[in-house]
Design a protein around this ligand. Structure first.
Ligand SMILES: Cc1cc2nc3c(=O)[nH]c(=O)nc-3n(C[C@H](O)[C@H](O)[C@H](O)COP(=O)(O)OP(=O)(O)OC[C@H]3O[C@@H](n4cnc5c(N)ncnc54)[C@H](O)[C@@H]3O)c2cc1C
Length: 455
């Protein structure tokens, strides 16, 4: 039986990042993957959705071209061409990743793996052993009881990223990140979109002020939503899918996207039998991603941390470095940047107001309106940069809404993670005219010297 320093089950963001870093550190590594290297993010998640969103942005630009003095017209979407563009991006990145794994001498094992012992994974009848096993089997799209996914009229994000037509109307069940991104895509593509969300707000994990701004912007775009109402049932018929809510109201659309969250891929692959501690299917780990069984680690969507590709990367790297004896610092999950890539975008890092208050911080807040920012006016986008800071202390949270604000997170996360105070940032010069000036202006205002803001 071949033995490796690290035997990794799952070649998505968490698994492959772990493999690449471990190999870089001189460890022998095998990576087991039953589908495609790159996992959800590359093939059915981050990359395809962002390509669709970009196609949507181009469609919207053509619709609004005359506002900028450009004679152009939106005619229609050509979904075959959209998919060809999207798949081109995926294929290029996939090839690059395959080359990278090969170049680092990682043993790539194709097939369905199953944990059959503390150090052993069986892949289609062949057993491999690892001094360390890293479990990175990711997540799958969940559904609700009584809601059967048929892949045609009732779909998950897996199907939605591959759709070959623009539905005339869509119901999006779930107003979280994935639901809002698809709502944004389809609205841009010309569909009539309604989001149904049981919680009181869209992107409910964000600061409440952010959710409210996104709701305002979506309303302006004609994206409809029902908040605080729970799904009761769905029925397929000749007119499409009829969704009934617990309050009795009904909605009919061509397509129903079920975007009610993702669950860990952890059953029937030997995890329970091995005696791994689990909660609702998630593997439980300590702050270095160690499970309760020495030598078995778990990363990515399989563990109950933020389900983001860059979190998977960070956890994979952490595990590789820990195994190699580098004693890396545990991840501060508050410092993870988060983006919803809808139009407008939502971007945040650090604590929301509610979180800061519940943790007992004495806080001050400021919201800088993008109306005062030159570039935002050029782009004709609305939104804001909100800061939450400890009184006479560091910035605790940065929350942004507006076109392209995801690109501002690089600076925002440095501010949060380096525990900068408003005055530290206020002394930094931001290039004019950029959206990033709004980050600078917000800190100027919080430091008591607002420039293009009242206060
Ligand atoms: C629609 C959508 C949009 C998203 N957009 C973003 C975004 O913009 N930014 C962001 O940061 N995150 C985004 N995410 C989340 C991101 O895709 C995940 O957080 C990330 O892919 C998790 O990585 P992972 O390695 O834990 O799991 P996965 O990427 O799911 O990889 C797990 C891998 O394990 C393999 N596997 C599972 N079981 C076995 C087995 N028994 N044997 C062999 N192989 C197995 C699977 O085939 C899979 O390739 C998005 C997700 C979705 C669904």
């Amino acid at each position: 039986m071949s033995e490796f320093d690290l035997l990794i089950l799952g070649g998505g963001s968490g698994g492959y990042a772990c493999a690449l870093r471990a190999a870089q550190l001189g460890l022998s590594v095998a990576l087991v993957e039953e589908d495609k290297l790159g996992g959800t993010c590359l093939h059915r998640g981050c990359i395809p959705t962002k390509a669709l969103l970009h196609a949507g942005e181009v469609a919207d630009s053509s619709r609004h071209a005359s506002e900028f003095g450009v004679n152009a017209q939106f005619i229609s979407m050509d979904m075959l061409a959209v998919n060809a563009y999207k798949d081109g991006v995926i294929n290029k990145l996939h090839k690059g990743l395959q080359g990278l794994v090969k170049s680092r001498n990682i043993t790539y094992i194709e097939g369905h793996g199953r944990l059959v012992g503390k150090n052993v994974i069986d892949v289609n009848g062949v057993q491999y052993s690892g001094k360390n096993i890293v479990l990175a089997t990711g997540s799958y799209p969940k559904t609700l009881p009584g809601l059967e996914i048929d892949g045609v009229q009732i779909v998950t994000s897996d199907h939605a990223t591959k759709l070959e037509h623009v539905p005339s109307s869509v119901i999006v069940l779930g107003g979280g990140v994935i639901g809002c991104e698809f709502a944004s895509v389809w609205k841009s593509f010309g569909a009539d979109v309604t989001i149904i969300e049981a919680l009181p707000h869209l992107v409910a994990l964000e600061d409440e002020s952010t959710s409210k701004q996104l709701e305002r912007a979506f309303r302006k775009r004609g994206i409809k939503f029902e908040l605080g109402t729970r799904f009761a049932s769905a029925a397929k018929g000749p007119d499409g899918v009829t969704v009934t809510l617990e309050n009795g109201s009904t909605f009919v659309a061509d397509l129903l996207l079920v975007a009610v969250g993702r669950g860990p891929v952890s059953s029937n692959i030997g995890y329970e039998e091995a005696g791994l501690n689990m909660d609702r299917g998630y593997l439980l780990v300590d702050d270095k991603c160690r499970t309760n069984i020495p030598g078995i680690w778990a990363v990515g969507d399989l563990i109950p941390t933020l389900q983001l590709a860059h979190v998977g990367f960070a956890e994979g790297i952490l595990v590789a470095e820990e195994i190699a004896g580098l004693n890396p610092r545990p991840i501060n999950y508050d410092g993870v940047p988060r983006v919803t890539y809808s139009e407008p975008e939502v971007a945040s890092v650090g604590l929301t107001t509610a979180q800061a208050q519940s943790r007992g911080h004495d806080i001050v807040e400021i919201s800088y309106d993008l109306a005062g920012n030159g570039k935002a006016n050029i782009l004709k986008t609305a939104g804001s940069v909100k800061l939450i800071a400890q009184k006479n202390g560091p910035v605790l949270g940065i929350h942004m809404v507006g076109s392209r604000v995801g690109e501002l997170l690089a600076e925002a996360q440095l501010i949060f993670n380096w525990e900068a105070e408003a005055s530290d940032v206020a002394s930094l010069i931001h290039a004019h005219p950029t959206l990033s000036e709004a980050v600078g202006e917000a800190h100027l205002a919080l430091a008591g010297k607002p420039l293009h803001a009242h206060g």
